[in-house]
Design a protein around this ligand. Structure first.
Ligand SMILES: Cc1cc2nc3c(=O)[nH]c(=O)nc-3n(C[C@H](O)[C@H](O)[C@H](O)COP(=O)(O)O)c2cc1C
Length: 189
């Protein structure tokens, strides 16, 4: 059993990655495999509405999205970490989940019953919006989102590595990650 975590930041070692690594550790402590994919250095294009994915079970755009979808087809969970940009999730991450959603919905519905959820990482404002924005992807694809003690938002600074100072935020997303792993174990028992 495996959970894929996507860090949607262009910064390899930024605050989103800090939150993803904390979640990965929590998942592994539950005995489930976890793999982080960073969008740093990747250019994920937006869906071009060609609907070709209804004919072939892949996206026609030549970037890393298909590789990520192949990995998701072999996984039980998906956690998406979004840096907050102007009160919403960073574009490349939304590009990716929208294309993943189109391929899944048009074909084998590989997202259906996957467990996971979004985490929003920002400096000051728009974190709840970003969390809610990302939830739209989860619920329209029949995915299952566990809760935690609070919503999945982590406060960070402009600098990298500040997310660790939001102790409550990190503890909350660690619990969410553990709950994701526990639910996957129950579903697959
Ligand atoms: C283009 C841009 C827009 C941003 N907009 C917001 C915002 O609306 N709200 C906020 O709280 N932080 C905003 N930030 C700050 C980032 O969310 C914050 O630095 C976060 O730690 C970035 O995650 P990272 O370290 O993983 O890259 C913005 C940063 C950038 C580069």
């Amino acid at each position: 059993m495996k959970i894929v975590l996507i860090s949607g930041s262009p910064r390899k070692t930024g605050n989103t990655m800090y939150a993803m690594e904390a979640c990965k550790k929590a998942i592994e402590e539950e005995g489930i495999e976890a793999e982080i994919i960073s969008l740093a250095g990747k250019e994920i294009k937006s869906c071009i509405a060609c609907y070709k994915c209804k004919e072939i079970p892949r996206c026609v755009l030549p970037d890393e999205a298909n590789e990520i979808m192949d990995l998701l087809r072999q996984s039980e969970g998906l956690i998406t970490g979004a840096p907050v940009y102007f009160g919403t999730a960073r574009g490349d991450l939304m590009n990716l989940v929208q294309r993943i959603g189109m391929v899944s919905r048009g074909n084998d519905k590989f997202l259906s019953w996957m467990v996971g959820g979004p985490i929003a990482v920002g400096r000051r404002g728009g974190l709840s919006n970003t969390y809610q924005e990302m939830l739209m992807f989860y619920f329209i694809n029949e995915m299952i989102v566990p809760g935690s003690d609070y919503w999945n938002i982590v406060f960070a600074g402009k600098e990298e590595g500040i997310a660790g100072e939001d102790v409550e935020g990190i503890e909350n997303v660690e619990k969410f990650a553990r709950n994701t792993a526990k639910l996957i174990k129950k579903i697959n028992a």
